[in-house]
Design a protein around this ligand. Structure first.
Ligand code: FAD
Ligand code: AMP
Length: 478
């Protein structure tokens, strides 16, 4: 008779592994099933995030950024070096070592917290049973009082650009290029497309990003999106908006891409093409017919605000359910669900989930844009501050970008914060905490910030909400 658990989690990505650890910490007998195996055939935890997502992309973004700093910017601050060379093999080796450390860390945390690791493919066969098929094809059924599905997502593929082994690839393939493509095409100017386009542009590729929509980063406040577009263009990223890819042809070792824009049909030839048109929930084979777990019209597992499916004691979290496809959103849902199963009251604030694009400078935001607020009929006041007026940003030789705070005109409550700057991904935590605590812009304005720090730009943006930024010439007078 196979073991019985209080909780079985399917999937060990940032949703599932966090849910499993938290459940074990709450004293629940917990198992986590994972099917992912690495090139050596060993089960690896961490899901998309650690293996082919957040972490490897950030390793390559950081190394390529350092390369550009050395090549283009050291001389500006008085550091003279010989022309640096990018050693792609070494960069990939570094990226893989970062993956291995992170992945190994999760396995160690499972052991330390007493989470049972089940290796193989999990399938919910009833509201209390999970069948696990191991890598040799042997199936075992485990019972559990509660089941958490955290099966994640996979890249969307589109008919005009069928994937090939190494010419037309998804984000996963783009983390593995062994040399810099001369001409790189990227379909989709979303978060992943801009990050991966930036990596290979920095290392020397000519990068063209084809984006079907006419607007750039519509989820970001338009002032910040406009500034970002200008900065990325200055770096040489050719972002074509209103360019819908309609077809492709592989000829010899080139890809000819057809797209339509305002001027009609167009064609471009690339050495590699990355398809970054979004991700879709992965639910294939995860739930047996007859269990009755409902999916929504887009294929996401249907859940309520607390990640309960329509089947009692079966929960679903992370990329396979509604909401932003972000690792930290998945993890927080994992914590919430584990707490609920342990008998606690728990909920998530979906209005305060930050997003970051790790380009250089970074783009980060939380909450509403000024345009969102206006569309909802909310009257707002805003405060913006440029990093070119921030002492630390100037000292860092990183004066690009700006911070913007959107506050309710009547209550002064912060509704959103949008930033483009060096380390915006770190700075945004201030907006998240402020919103989580229901702060007003004045609360931030009255806070004492360390000097010199780039965080002072947030302070100044908060002061600017009432027109009182100190280091800005054109401030309002009382
Ligand atoms: P996943 O991480 O996809 O994990 C799901 C796991 O479930 C996988 O390990 C899978 O093997 C396993 N699984 C599925 N079905 C079964 C089954 N039947 N049995 C056993 N196991 C199963 N997000 C950010 O927040 N920040 C970033 O900077 C960021 N960068 C990204 C960069 C790239 C290139 C990509 C592709 C994604 C990035 N993301 C980022 C998104 C992030 O990776 C996902 O939002 C996150 O991984 C979702 O976590 P999850 O646990 O829901 O799913
Ligand atoms: P994201 O969902 O943030 O990963 O972004 C994916 C982007 O790809 C979106 O901005 C889409 O508009 C874009 N996209 C989807 N299909 C196409 C297409 N056929 N041609 C160009 N862009 C596309």
């Amino acid at each position: 008779m196979a073991d019985k658990f209080d909780v079985i989690v399917i999937g060990a990505g940032p949703g599932g592994y966090v849910a499993a650890i938290r459940a074990a910490q709450m004293g629940l007998k917990t198992a986590c099933v994972e099917k992912w195996v690495n090139k050596e055939g060993k089960t690896v935890h961490g899901g998309t995030c650690l293996n082919v997502g957040c972490i490897p992309s950030k390793a390559l973004l950081e190394t390529s950024h350092k390369f550009v700093e050395a090549r283009d910017h050291f001389a500006e601050v008085g550091i003279e070096v010989d022309e640096p060379k990018a050693n792609i093999a070494k960069m990939l080796e570094f990226k893989n070592s970062v993956i291995n450390k992170n992945v190994g860390g999760i396995s160690a945390l499972f052991k330390a917290n007493g989470v049972t690791s089940l290796e193989g493919k999990g399938k919910v066969t009833s509201s209390t049973e999970v069948e696990v098929t191991d890598h040799d094809g042997n199936a075992t059924t485990y019972t559990a009082d509660n089941i958490v599905i955290a099966a994640g997502s996979v890249p969307v593929e589109i008919p005009p650009t069928p994937l090939t082994d190494d010419l037309i690839v998804t984000s996963t393939g783009a983390l593995e290029f062994t040399e810099v493509p001369k001409r790189l095409g990227v379909i989709g100017a979303g978060v992943i497309g801009l990050e991966l386009g930036s990596v290979w542009k920095r290392l020397g590729a000519e990068v063209t990003v084809l984006e079907a929509m006419d607007s750039f980063l519509p989820m970001v406040d338009s002032a910040i999106a406009k500034e970002t577009q200008k900065l990325l263009k200055k770096q040489g990223l050719d972002i074509k908006l209103g360019a819908r890819v309609t077809g492709s042809e592989v000829k010899d070792s080139e890809v000819v891409v057809k797209y339509t824009d305002a001027d009609g049909e167009q064609e471009m030839t690339f050495d590699k093409l990355i398809v970054c048109v979004g991700r879709r929930p992965y639910t294939q084979g995860v739930i047996a017919d007859g269990v009755g777990v409902e999916l929504d019209e887009r294929g996401f597992i249907f859940v309520d605000d607390q990640c309960r499916t329509n089947v009692p004691n079966v929960y679903a979290i992370g990329d396979c359910v509604r909401g932003p496809m972000l690792a930290h959103k998945a993890s927080e849902e994992g914590v919430m669900v584990a707490d609920i199963i342990a008998g606690h009251k728990a909920e998530m604030n979906y209005d305060a989930i930050p997003s970051v694009i790790y380009t250089s400078p970074e783009v980060a935001w939380v909450g509403m844009t000024e345009q969102d607020a206006k569309a909802k009929g909310i009257e707002v006041k805003t405060g913006s501050f440029p990093f070119s007026a921030n002492g630390r940003a100037l000292a860092n030789n990183a004066p690009e970008g700006m911070a913007k705070i959107i506050a309710d005109a009547e209550t002064d409550r912060i509704l959103g914060m949008h930033i483009v700057s060096q380390h915006a991904g770190e700075l945004i935590a201030q907006g998240v905490i402020a919103m989580e605590f229901g702060s007003s812009a004045e609360d931030l304005a009255l806070t004492c910030y360390a000097h010199p720090s780039t965080s002072e730009a947030i302070h100044e943006a908060a002061l600017a909400v009432e027109g009182h930024a100190i280091h800005m010439a054109n401030r309002k007078k009382r």
